[in-house]
Design a protein around this ligand. Structure first.
Ligand SMILES: Cc1ncc(COP(=O)(O)O)c(C=O)c1O
Length: 474
């Protein structure tokens, strides 16, 4: 890497593309692994998703806008459901992780496709309840479930911390029994370090989530739950080792440790622990460098891993083995979503030695997608409003916020004839974009628009300046 006086961000790819980004033969090609299943170009080269062309959609609803392909979302949910039903003949539960993206209509899609729902705050739970999602199919996770935000209806979610256990106050017990059922009263994480960005790895010991296995804390938490049979029921153990993971090595280690803990507790206490939950974290393709596992391969590999681990604790024929659940979020919502932006300014910067960098500013940025700034996440982008035969030009798509780290797409080839008013589309933004969005610089958040069979409908409307000012009571 070359040193650059302006800092590491400038040094990356200084004067050239990253090695994983090939020079395209067709700069407007849609790589199928990056786009929702219904995405195509019409005769004029306009991007069409869910049978709706993005130029018409942008004209009607404005930009920036999140667009979600309902057919794609539902197909991915079904693919997980069917793959796990096939690979685990005794049954397995797939919990959609609502933190990826949740609104009432999406909760309904999840329910209609036969999945369960994982929420992690009282707010997400409120969305699920408003959507009429059945409480017995909801689980609630989190390392700090505040009584105020959760209204104590989290009673049967994962425990997540010993302080949460201490909050089991007698005066709340009746309400706790009314709450949602969970698959996993979770005392434990697996002590596994997932190979992903530090901020989205959650299974190693030195972090805030769950109970440590190494020093017996998880075991002690399990014993504490078993000691209170009138108010708590230990259903099993849960781990979530991180996100954007592309192979099952980490899950194998986590499964070994969880099954080991399960066996220890069952053997010592005689308790019936009917469930085990391996969490989510299955990676998706944000760029051509990513190679996600298909749900069928993932399910088969996890089934093989668990079969071996259960065998090792004497549940070889499946008798006595707990029911398995998983919690994919990104892998269902991520590829179903795109973000549409309009180009506002274009600036070419000479870097010396014949190199230059093109900055393309759009009408969104780190308020609608914080992931590049937060995790150095890579994205792709394409011209959405027309065809172009112009030469590919390495470009950096940036937002409109007052931060030089306000980057939407660090490196991508866009047509050299890109112009103000052109529309750009970023794929893979269905997960952790709207749900992590913010109003930095008093920027109203974009709408979420579902497209299906040629029809666009707003699921979450665009925020307005009045919405923002409504909170300002001074
Ligand atoms: C407990 C738990 N389950 C599931 C998920 C979903 O992860 P992903 O969207 O990467 O599948 C997360 C994400 O942080 C999580 O913390």
């Amino acid at each position: 890497m070359r040193a650059h006086e302006a800092g590491a961000l400038h040094a990356e790819g200084y004067g050239g593309p990253p090695i994983w980004l090939p020079y395209p033969t067709d700069v407007t090609e849609l790589l199928p692994q990056l786009w929702p299943c219904t995405a195509r170009r019409d005769d004029a080269g306009r991007l069409v998703v869910g049978g709706v062309d993005m130029v018409t959609l942008a004209r009607e609803w404005g930009t920036a806008a999140y667009v979600i392909d309902e057919e794609d979302f539902r197909a991915r949910a079904r693919a997980f459901r069917d793959a796990f039903a096939t690979a685990f003949p005794g049954g397995a539960d797939v919990y959609y992780a609502g933190k990826a993206f949740l609104c009432t209509e999406v909760a309904r899609w999840v329910q209609q496709e036969g999945l369960c729902l994982d929420v992690c705050t009282g707010g997400e739970l409120a969305v699920a309840i408003r959507a009429g999602f059945p409480g017995e199919r909801i689980t609630l996770h989190g390392n700090n479930k505040t009584p105020a935000s959760c209204g104590w209806r989290w009673s049967t979610g994962s425990v997540g911390s010993s302080w949460t256990l201490r909050r089991d106050r007698p005066d709340r017990r009746d309400r706790r029994r009314d709450g949602c059922r969970s698959p996993s009263d979770d005392p434990g994480h697996g002590g596994v370090e997932a190979h992903t960005h530090e901020f989205i790895a959650t299974g190693h010991e030195d972090q805030k989530f769950g109970f440590s296995l190494a020093d017996g804390v998880a075991r002690a938490a399990a014993d504490a739950i078993l000691a209170r049979p009138k108010t708590l029921r230990l259903l099993g153990f849960h781990s979530h080792i991180g996100s954007q993971i592309f192979d099952t090595t980490g899950f194998e280690l986590a499964a070994r440790r969880l099954v080991g803990l399960h066996a220890d507790v069952v053997n010592a206490s005689g308790a019936d622990l009917p469930e085990i939950d391996l969490g989510g974290g299955y990676g998706i393709a944000y760029t051509s460098q990513h190679r996600p596992l298909a749900p069928r391969d993932l399910a088969e590999q996890l089934a093989g891993i668990l079969e071996r681990e259960f065998k090792a604790i004497g549940c070889g024929d499946g008798t006595g083995a707990p029911r398995v659940s998983i919690e994919p979020g990104r892998a269902i919502a991520g590829p179903a979503g795109i973000t549409l932006y309009e180009v506002g300014t274009i600036k070419d910067v000479a870097l010396g030695e014949g190199f230059s960098r093109r900055y393309v500013s759009v009408d969104g940025g780190m308020s609608d997608n914080i992931r590049p700034a937060l995790y150095e996440a890579d994205y792709s982008v394409t011209l959405a409003s027309r065809d172009s035969q112009a030469a590919p030009r390495l470009s950096r798509v940036v937002g409109r916020h007052c931060e030089s780290g306000d980057i939407v797409v660090l490196d991508e080839y866009l047509p050299d004839d890109l112009a103000l008013g052109d529309l750009l589309a970023v794929p893979g933004t269905g997960a952790y974009c709207r749900s992590m969005s913010n109003q930095y610089n008093h920027t109203p958040r974009p709408p979420v628009i579902a497209v299906r069979d040629g029809v666009a409908r707003v699921l979450v409307r665009r925020e307005t300046i009045d919405d923002l000012l409504a909170l300002d009571v001074g």
